[in-house]
Design a protein around this ligand. Sequence first.
Ligand SMILES: [Zn+2]
Length: 262
Amino acid sequence: MARHVTDFNGILLFRRDYAERDYLVKFLTQEFGKKMFLVRGAKKRGFKMTADILPFTVGRYVGDIADEGLSYIRTARETRQFQAIGTDIFKNAYATYIMSLVDTAFPDSQQLPDWYHRVYRALELIDEGLNPAIVTNIVEIQLMPAFGVAPQLQGCAICGRTDLPFDYSESYGGLLCQQHWAADPRRLHLSQRTIYYLRQFSVIDLDRIHTIQVKPTTEHALRQLMDEIYASQIGVHPKSKRFLDQMQTWAPKLMADPTDDD
Ligand SMILES: [Zn+2]
């Protein structure tokens, strides 16, 4: 089994207990795709890299990279944490979901330099305070092809027209123009605003986003649309998504003014 010692850039996807003193840490690396690392002695007091393998850390490390199986981290060169994500339970939940989706979408060791950059940017935007629900929608839409679902969003899936109102059809795998709405009695009846964002988000460059304002009703419709496509066409529902769903149900209570008696 080939191994070599080299520098790499990594986004920590998750870490989990391994042995009594060790952690398994999964990184999305810029150079080698996703890799699982065994970090020996990481739970011992005085361990030097404690801060470098916290959740929501990105940085530059030196590792012993294996083509297959476990790799090892030798040292951390320069790391930083997404502070706001680390301390805000909502940002935390969205960021965790994004990382679990990316982990599910690709096999380990497949080179993903483009996705390394996109995940980095998505985390940066959430950390900076952009609406994490919207950043998550963008990642969900752009990940669909990796899950084998590439919706036709350029024009009508039947005739290609782009000048009429659209709706979304799961059976046709994309947009239908108004003339072809009858072709799918189970079309999703989306608003034109929701369709607009769906199309925009599928091609938007995360590097070019600095602000996004989406009405709450549209945000809700996009969430439902993503849930529908992920449930019925992709069949992926990570544990982190279940937590996010639960959070939505208690979020209004948490955010209510505590002085407000009702
Ligand atoms: Zn058509």
